[in-house]
Design a binder for this molecule. Structure first.
Ligand code: SAM
Length: 308
């Protein structure tokens, strides 16, 4: 059997059922185990990730290896982190013969990412490719992007989440996470994947998102994200009312501060882009701490945005 045929077998629902029955494996919904059954999807992920044999890849959740195998053929080396150790004998079988793949039996949410990269990809910036477990998409992406370790991410997520990741200000899908992603990367939806491309079938459509990582330097990062959280936590409130609990300023001073940024105090946070939040956080830092020492550390409340 040729390698491509072998890869295709791992996306064949009948073959998967027999393989899993042989290993006594049962799907875990909690772990987001919807395995790919359409072999065009891993190929398209590899293509959109731009793999040409020179890149290092970190895969989250290899499952049965349906994406891992094509990744291994298109990359220099692949390290895949899988939390479900009952897949150990399955992957031992399906990844046989691939000498550039390492599987780490670990939870990506607690894995020491800098140590992983230093140990497996010294001096390199790997890319991430994954069909992500949907229940933990946001914390996983927050960690991966916030680590600053990766060149790009090509990940499958729920379509609604993909729309949020890529949303523009003023659109219904736009939110605090769109801003977090926008600060760390340049995201774009690559293609949609229907529910019948998985076993078991999820109820929702999925999308693959490609993100080129480039961190936008923020002068008052903690304060920036505090204002973003405040603005979106109270989405329906005006900027003035939404930001009031986040800043130790009298309302008239806050109103003047918002106006000094060229914004109407009656505006809503959901219409503001990253540059507007940067202007706001710079003005807020000056107003709270004085122009000379506008440091995040001086602002009560601290940064609670989880990055690692
Ligand atoms: N890559 C396979 C595919 O495309 O067919 C499986 C994708 S499946 C949607 C998600 C995989 O992530 C499962 O194998 C699941 O066990 C694994 N997983 C879930 N939570 C995880 C975590 N916190 N860390 C690492 N792997 C996880």
């Amino acid at each position: 059997m040729g390698v491509e045929e072998e890869d295709g077998r791992l996306c064949d629902a009948r073959y998967i059922r027999a393989l899993l029955a042989r290993h006594g494996f049962h799907f875990s919904r909690a772990r987001g185990q919807n395995f790919l059954t359409a072999d065009w999807v891993p190929r398209a992920i590899v293509r959109h990730a731009g793999l040409d044999g020179t890149q290092d890849v970190f895969e989250v959740g290899p499952g049965l290896g349906a994406l891992t195998r094509p990744l291994a053929r298109a990359a220099r080396r692949v390290v895949a982190a899988e939390v479900d150790t009952s897949l150990r004998p399955v992957l031992a079988e399906t990844l046989t013969g691939l000498d550039n793949v390492d599987v780490l039996w670990a939870d990506v949410l607690t894995l020491d990412l800098p140590a992983l990269v230093a140990a497996h990809f010294p001096g390199r910036r790997p890319v991430v490719c994954a069909n992500l477990p949907y229940a933990v998409t946001t914390p996983v992406l927050t960690r991966l992007l916030g680590s600053g370790l990766f060149e790009a991410l090509t990940v499958m997520v729920q379509k609604e989440v993909a729309q949020r990741l890529c949303a523009a200000p003023g659109t219904p899908a736009y939110g605090a996470f769109s801003i977090y992603v926008g600060v760390h990367a340049c995201p774009a939806i690559a293609f949609d994947v229907p529910p019948d491309a998985f076993l078991p079938r999820p109820r929702v459509t999925s999308s693959v998102v490609h993100m080129v990582c480039r961190k936008r330097p923020l002068r008052h990062e903690a304060l920036f994200f505090r204002l973003v959280r405040a603005a979106f936590g109270q989405r329906r409130k005006t900027l003035l009312n939404a930001l009031a609990p986040a800043l130790p300023l009298p309302k008239d001073a806050l109103s003047a501060l918002i106006a000094s940024c060229g914004l109407a105090p009656s505006a809503r946070g959901e219409t503001l882009g990253i540059p507007e939040f940067e202007t706001l956080s710079a003005a807020a830092a000056r107003a709270v701490s004085g122009p000379a020492a506008a440091e995040d550390a001086n602002i009560p409340g601290g940064n609670t945005h989880k990055k690692n």
